[in-house]
Design a protein around this ligand. Structure first.
Ligand code: SDX
Length: 377
């Protein structure tokens, strides 16, 4: 009888000082600060500083961190040239994974270094450049000129500016910045675990990010926010939600954006994103998807809340990103833009007390099998 724990469910595989999650009560804290307080009062830059340094920065520290981040907004020219060679119908998550991996080729300061300061600096540079990768690809595939980063803008504002060639309203900037705060870190989720495994071999941070982006793309993980939008598009209108959900539940279909390996209560990020989605839907006159989402939630609450299945971070982020004017296939890249900060923080943490991550597997195959020459098979 195998002793393997499927999906490592409930297995404690590391210690971390970054995120605390209480799945029963629906609590998420970054270094002890509740996510709701950070979403209301912080910025993405300040949150990243908190996660990486385990404390909030002074004004001078935040200014220095922000200056360093913005100094790395620009892409190396060969990366921009490479992006322009990509097929216009390439998937943005494949583009992000490929271009982040290619950044290693133009790192002239030992791309493989795991020396703490160098590793942290490389993590910051990857985080700073990822928005330009996504924005540049979207502009090129749309037949538009690439917009160079503007170092006078925040992380959130600069991304939306490079994407749309116009500076976002304060409301749009704040909404996007809040999404970045909410998605930054979340314990040992699949993509973070992937990154820590790669980091534990003392491999380079570009390999960490490439692997983690690959894990995040999966529809059971970060890809779910796009899955939610596909569901809303498939349903089509508010009056068709009931019939769709009746059929889906009868056929035990998994509803994207619901359920969680850890949360058996409402994901606190979903609480905040629901409010954000409702506000943006009203502001932009895009209320249909919010109303459909709310109705799906009400039906799911009736049907499966007793099983501990609630909306997760992806359910209302779909409507939020849609109201921010983002194309559907940019939703998961948005998750990645934020989570690069969490992955880097976890790998810095892994390396601070490293031990190669190498679990065991129960062998359940045969023994004593004779080798039969091919002519006798
Ligand atoms: C993220 O880990 C993290 O922290 C991830 C994340 C982060 O910030 O990094 O929070 C981000 O990935 C959020 C999750 C996004 N994924 C989705 O929304 C995809 C849909 N959700 C499911 O596939 C599922 O809920 C998982 C994968 C998220 C979690 O699944 P588990 O823990 O493996 O649970 P399970 O699939 O074994 O389901 C347990 C029961 C089953 O019913 P029974 O067979 O016991 O009767 O719950 C049911 C499932 O059918 N169930 C669902 C459901 N999710 C679980 N039923 C309907 N719809 C769903 N979405």
């Amino acid at each position: 009888m195998s002793t393997a724990t499927k999906g490592l469910e409930g297995v404690v595989a590391a210690e971390t000082e970054m995120s605390f999650i209480d799945g029963e009560k629906g609590v998420l804290e970054y270094v002890g600060i509740e996510i709701d307080a950070l979403a209301r009062h912080s910025t993405f830059e300040e949150t990243v500083y908190l996660l990486w340094n385990r404390r909030l920065p002074t004004r001078a520290e935040l200014d220095a961190f922000t200056k360093d981040l913005r100094a790395h907004y620009d892409l190396p020219a060969p990366i921009l040239t490479l992006i322009k060679t990509f097929p216009k119908d390439a998937q943005p998550m494949h583009v992000l994974r490929t271009a982040v991996s290619a950044l290693a080729l133009f790192d002239n300061d030992d791309p493989n270094s795991v020396e703490p300061d160098a590793y942290r600096a490389k993590g910051l540079a990857i985080m700073a450049r990822a928005p330009a990768i996504i924005a540049a690809f979207d502009r090129v595939r749309s037949g538009k000129d690439v917009i160079a980063p503007d170092k006078s803008l925040s992380f959130a504002s600069n991304f939306l500016y490079m994407l749309n060639n116009e500076k976002p309203t304060k409301t749009m900037e704040r909404a996007f910045d809040t999404c970045m705060i909410l998605h930054a870190d979340h314990g040992l989720n699949a993509s973070t675990f992937t990154g820590r495994v790669i980091a534990s071999t003392l491999s380079d941070i570009y390999s960490v990010m490439s692997g983690a982006i690959g894990a995040l793309r999966g529809p059971l993980h970060g890809g779910a926010n796009e899955g939610v939008m596909h569901t809303l598009n498939e349903i089509g209108s508010l009056d068709r939600v009931d019939a769709y959900m009746k059929d889906a539940l009868a056929n035990k279909k998994k509803i994207m954006g619901f359920g969680h390996r850890v949360y058996k209560a409402y994901d606190p990020r979903a609480t905040y994103l629901k409010t954000l989605a409702e506000q943006l839907a009203k502001d932009t006159g895009n209320e249909q998807f919010y109303k459909m989402s709310k109705k799906i939630e009400d039906i799911m609450h009736e049907a499966v809340a007793a099983k501990g299945i609630y909306p997760n971070v992806d359910f209302y982020s779909a409507t939020t990103y849609h109201c921010l004017g983002l194309k559907l296939d940019l939703f998961t890249p948005m998750f990645a833009l934020s989570r690069i900060s969490g992955w880097a923080g976890h790998c810095i943490e892994q390396l601070s007390a490293n031990r190669l991550i190498r679990p065991s597997a129960d062998y359940v195959g045969p023994h004593g099998v004779a080798y039969v020459p091919i002519e006798k098979r």
